[in-house]
Design a protein around this ligand. Structure first.
Ligand code: SF4
Length: 377
């Protein structure tokens, strides 16, 4: 069961909602009190409905509230999905006779698991049809909570299009109808959010991974050309090496603490270590930590993050507003949800060439701005 004390990461109910609400054509209902609703409604920025249960409903039964809301909004959407929350789940009501059979019922109350568990539970229930003769790939790991997802979609489409590969369906964004012609091959963007729809052909997170993925697609589909990306990759590597070399001529390599999904944080740690000779004080994972050559720790509560930062204070923090506030003396690069007190309008990828360039650009600028002798340094 999830430990909710000082949790920095949303619950499995929000994970399920973030999957469903990302798809154009699915109406999403949260069956629970308004407290459960306001959190995902605030952070996901999509229209979400709620049965807004109150004490009386809990005592007398919540089914009527759910049936009334479903009846009212069902005509507005090609598909409606209901996500259960902790309170009705604990009561143990059976809604199967109350709501139409074509409404998806996702049982993902927060106490059942993590954000990633909820996302996967909802993805599994999507009405997906796999095209037996695919002409493209599915994009995987796209999610409303991820500040890099809009940029990742643009960067993935650019790289794949340059290689002559189409995108069939995106998990989870885009149109509902795309799910009915999904590919049997998928390409990842965020290693911690895999849909499972289609066979994995690799990831686009990092230059080498992207190169390997395009090579794998070249073996599967006729007419794929990985050459465009391979040429681009050399230019990107050279640009980053030159920029980091100039930085290291003037400044010491930074010590860095990184907080995010395990896969993203590990990727950033490797890049900063390889290009900037950075000392990684900790890779703080919001979800289950993966294996790493760096010091890793699960960092999903405020006291744990505070302790990790205090034990080995870094020069630079990649993370959320929580880490920024806990470590005000360090340079900061926005890297994971939540990011408060800043304007972010641009789509920023983390994958592919543009993702790596953007990461290194942000890191070098933040370090330079914070360097001794500069205002704020
Ligand atoms: S579903 Fe449960 S854990 Fe999630 S917000 Fe509601 S009460 Fe909290």
């Amino acid at each position: 069961m999830r430990d909710c004390e000082n949790a920095l990461w949303p619950c499995s109910m929000t994970g399920a909602v973030s999957c469903l609400a990302g798809i154009d054509g699915i109406g999403t209902v949260i069956h629970g009190p308004s407290g459960c609703y306001y959190y995902p409604a605030t952070i996901l920025h999509r229209e979400i409905h709620c049965t807004s249960l109150i004490e009386e409903d809990i005592i007398c039964g919540t089914g009527e509230q759910l049936r009334d809301l479903v009846t009212k909004i069902r005509p507005r959407y090609p598909l409606l999905a209901v996500v259960n929350t902790c309170t009705p789940a604990i009561i143990g009501e059976d809604f199967s006779a109350l709501i139409p059979p074509d409404v998806l019922m996702v049982d993902s109350p927060g106490f059942l698991g993590t954000f990633e568990d909820g996302y996967r539970a909802a993805v599994d229930m999507l009405p997906v049809k796999i095209d037996p003769y695919p002409t493209g790939v599915n994009l995987d790991g796209v999610n409303l909570l991820d500040p890099f997802s809009p940029g990742n979609v643009i960067e993935a489409r650019r790289i794949l299009s340059d290689a002559g590969v189409m995108v069939s369906a995106t998990f989870c964004s885009g149109k509902l109808e795309d799910l009915s012609r999904a590919s049997s091959v998928r390409v990842g963007t965020n290693p911690d959010l895999c849909s499972g729809w289609g066979e994995a052909a690799g990831s686009l997170l990092g230059l080498r991974a992207t190169q390997d993925t395009l090579a794998a697609l070249d073996r599967r589909f006729p007419g794929v050309d990985p050459g465009v990306f391979e040429r681009e990759m050399e230019t990107v590597r050279e640009a980053i090496t030159v920029a980091c070399g100039k930085y290291l001529n003037r400044y010491e390599p930074p010590s860095v603490a990184i907080f995010s999904w395990s896969g993203y944080a590990e990727f950033a740690a490797r890049m900063l270590h390889d290009y900037l000779d950075a000392a990684i004080t900790v890779v703080g994972s919001r979800n289950r930590a993966g294996s790493s050559k760096f010091r890793t720790a699960e960092a999903s509560s405020l006291p744990v993050v505070e302790d990790l930062l205090a034990r080995d204070p870094p020069d630079l923090v990649l993370g959320s507003s929580f880490e920024q506030r806990l470590c005000p003396a360090a340079a900061f690069v926005p890297f994971t949800y939540p990011l408060r007190g800043m304007v972010r309008l641009r789509a920023r990828p983390l994958i592919g060439s543009q993702g790596l360039l953007g990461l290194m650009e942000d890191v070098l600028n933040a370090c330079r701005d914070h360097a001794p002798g500069r205002p704020g340094g």
